[in-house]
Design a protein around this ligand. Structure first.
Ligand code: SAH
Ligand code: SF4
Ligand code: F3S
Length: 467
């Protein structure tokens, strides 16, 4: 059963927030925090809550570690290079700590939820004051208070199936777009993946809590929400009154935020009904991120993915038929243990058949504790990087052709930022592509109609259509 953190526990943390705030108020200048989240959007979303709590404790924020009184890394464990980067970054903080003995360094998130990593960090990096896992993020105020008041070093990485903490404050990067987690954790145990081990079991937020958050976002002027979960299609299964993802989408549609996105859909649970929902609800983006991982049925079994290439292609075909103009993106792992050239050719074939707008490609990285870590992996690294290069080449050509094929249309765009060329703004289409066009920055955060006139690599170029 999911453990929702109860009100009393959160009230205790609220008291620590007040205590830290009182300490910080006595400083001559407002203390500054540097918070950096690595990894997926779920982690970035956690980082926004960490910032929310820090702001309540009286911290301001700085993008520079050199000016910070508190540095917090929210880490990712999904691949080895993600972890190496964190170790490198923490190593570099040693000098800052020598200069400023009062600097607090905290490391949280997926990477340190692994016991062997947390222990290594504690031993090899004495400059780190607070190490906290994914299930105790809401206790950060207490950990900071104990550091400030007793100079106590904390390592807190309890094992847990996972908790849900509702009502934490949030500081979001954008005023236009917002991420909204709808579920946490994962039950799928794909054999290569560390996420289920570091994030606990799959658990959904109550629909009423999600809708209330969406209503508040709408009232603050947010134009697009991104619903987050490792497998959004199984949303609602464990709730006391079970609901489906389609029901949630319907409820959110009624809230009235103009654009709704979601990720990730696992192909084993993405249903024809989900595609019907996308077709029926115009606020839902015409884009599906449907990670296939590879195009070989033999390897899909080894990966424990529970679908075949045939089923995957059926979903794609159905979506194309029901939602004209829909685009697809995917994740691909190259060099899974035992991947042969023949398996890889099947991946290339699949990529060509689907015609993805965007691919996120990864060379397999061995994760301690996962099943795949024990599988024989005889393919040399050089062979794997060579396969990756070939895949990227194939994908580049596909993406460029798809982008060019959009030219000539007039489309609705949500203006999100500045373009690369001077005087231009950048925005996104319903199908997730980006377009740049000349316009008054006053348009930022609103919708505009844009005629697509050309493309620079995979970015569209356009002209504002005066309404
Ligand atoms: N829940 C999502 C994916 C989350 S992790 C899903 O199932 O689709 C994001 C991506 O990282 C995965 O889709 C996979 O392509 C990649 N990934 C995960 N573990 C990996 C590993 N050990 N080596 C390389 N890539 C990995
Ligand atoms: Fe990892 Fe698979 Fe869960 Fe995605 S579905 S997070 S790849 S175990
Ligand atoms: Fe996300 Fe990385 Fe954790 S991908 S869930 S931050 S391991």
């Amino acid at each position: 059963m999911t453990k929702e953190i109860n009100k009393e526990e959160l009230l205790v943390q609220q008291e620590y927030i007040e205590k830290v705030k009182a300490i910080n108020a006595k400083r001559e200048q407002m203390p500054l925090a540097h918070v950096h989240s690595f990894g997926c959007q779920q982690n970035v979303s956690d980082g926004e809550k960490i910032k929310g709590m820090l702001a309540q404790m009286g911290y301001g924020f700085t993008p520079e570690t050199a000016f910070a009184d508190l540095i917090l890394f929210n880490t990712c464990a999904v691949r080895e290079n993600a972890e190496d980067r964190v170790f490198g970054n923490i190593g570099a903080l040693k000098k800052l700590k020598e200069k400023n003995r009062n600097l607090i360094i905290a490391v949280g998130g997926c990477m340190v939820q692994q016991e062997h990593i947390a222990q290594r960090m504690k031993k090899s990096f004495p400059q780190v004051d607070i190490i906290f896992g994914t299930h105790v993020m809401h206790t950060l105020p207490q950990m900071i208070y104990e550091k400030l008041s007793e100079n106590r070093r904390t390592l807190s990485i309890p094992e847990s199936d996972g908790v849900i903490a509702e009502g934490l404050p949030v500081i979001r990067e954008s005023k236009v777009k917002a991420s909204v987690p709808i579920m946490y954790g994962c039950n799928n145990f794909c054999t290569y993946c560390i996420v289920p081990y570091v994030r606990g079991r799959e658990r959904s937020r109550e629909m009423s809590a999600i809708v209330a958050e969406a209503e508040a976002l709408r009232d603050s002027g947010v134009k697009e929400i991104m619903l987050l979960g490792q497998n959004v299609n199984s949303y609602g299964k464990g709730l006391q009154t079970p609901v489906t993802f389609a029901q949630l989408l319907k409820a959110l549609d009624d809230v009235g935020i103009p654009r709704i996105r979601f990720m990730t859909s696992h192909p084993k649970d993405a249903s024809f009904k989900l595609i019907d929902t996308i077709a029926a609800q115009p606020k839902i983006c015409k884009h599906l991120h449907l990670p296939v991982q590879c195009g070989s049925d033999r390897l899909l079994v080894q990966m424990n993915r529970h679908y075949t290439v045939e089923h995957y292609l059926e979903l794609i075909e159905y979506a194309r038929k029901k939602v004209p103009g829909i685009t697809f993106s995917s994740d691909i792992i190259v060099g899974f243990p035992g991947e042969t050239e023949e398996d890889f050719q099947k991946t290339l074939e699949l990529v060509q058949k689907v015609g993805y707008m965007q691919l996120f490609t990864f060379i397999y990285s061995k994760r301690t504790g996962t099943k795949a870590a024990d599988m024989p992996d005889p393919t040399p690294r050089k062979e794997k990087t060579d396969r990756m290069t070939r895949l990227l080449k194939v994908q580049d050509d596909i993406a460029m052709a798809l982008v060019k094929a959009q030219v000539g249309q007039t489309v609705r765009v949500l203006v999100e930022g500045y373009g690369r060329n001077e005087g231009t703004l950048s925005g996104r289409l319903d199908n997730n592509l980006t377009v740049e066009f000349k316009a008054d920055p006053a348009l930022m955060g609103s919708y505009a109609m844009v005629r697509l006139t050309g493309a620079r690599a995979t970015v569209l170029l356009g002209e504002l259509v005066e309404s």
